[in-house]
Every structure is written in structure tokens, then in C-alpha cells.
Design a protein around this ligand. Sequence first.
Ligand code: ZN
Length: 133
Amino acid sequence: MNKIEHIGIAVKDLEKSNELFAALFGKPHYKTEEVESEGVKTSFFQLGPNKVELLEGTNENSPISKFIEKKGEGVHHIAFAVDDILSEVARLKEAGFIVLNETPKKGADNKLVVFLHPKSTNGVLIELCQEIG
Ligand code: ZN
């Protein structure tokens, strides 16, 4: 596993939160992207080598909408960059971690992503992501 690629934050209103985090970071987000299969709208801020991803659910069945319903807005996941997502998945399964989707799916920001169940990682939802070459 390499660096922290981004931290994902669940928000109720992406437009408002874009303004809030732009004020916090002193610079605007550099892109927005909708991932329809996941029912989310996202925006990204670049901070040195790391990013912050804001996520808003686009329907009530979206994992983000459900998360906010249960826990309120806040940190949703931490994403780590990996070079070879399939070998990392194999390694982590071997080590006893619970992989939520063994087949990597296409996430935002041109990435293949796999999530680990927070139950197996001290309550933290972990995303592995590999840049799609
Ligand atoms: Zn993410």
C-alpha cells in the first residue's frame, strides 16, 4: 500500500460543502464527477500529494445517503493508493480482512476501487485505489 490517496467526506449538500472546504483550504475544488452506479456526486480538492473527496448521495438508497442517515455528515472513508489492486486484494484476504467487492469497480477520478469492510479494520472504511492506466 502506498500513500493516502484521498480522504472521503460524506456531505448533505455538495454545493454548500464545496464553498465551505474551498474557504477552509484556500482553494477551490478542481473537479466534480457523478458515479451513477454508486448513486454519488463527488468533488475533489488537491492538497499536495493527497486529495479530499466530498461525496453527496444522489438518491436515498445511495451508500452515502444511508451513512449520513445513520451517522451524520463526516469522514466516510480513507483511500490508499496501490500499484496492483488484485494482488493487494489477495494479500489482504489472506491476512483475514473482509473485502466488500473482490472485483474492482470503476470509482471516481479514473480509479479502480475495492472497499474493505470496516468490521475488519477497526471501524474505518478503507478504499484501495489503482489509477487506470
Ligand atoms: Zn473515495
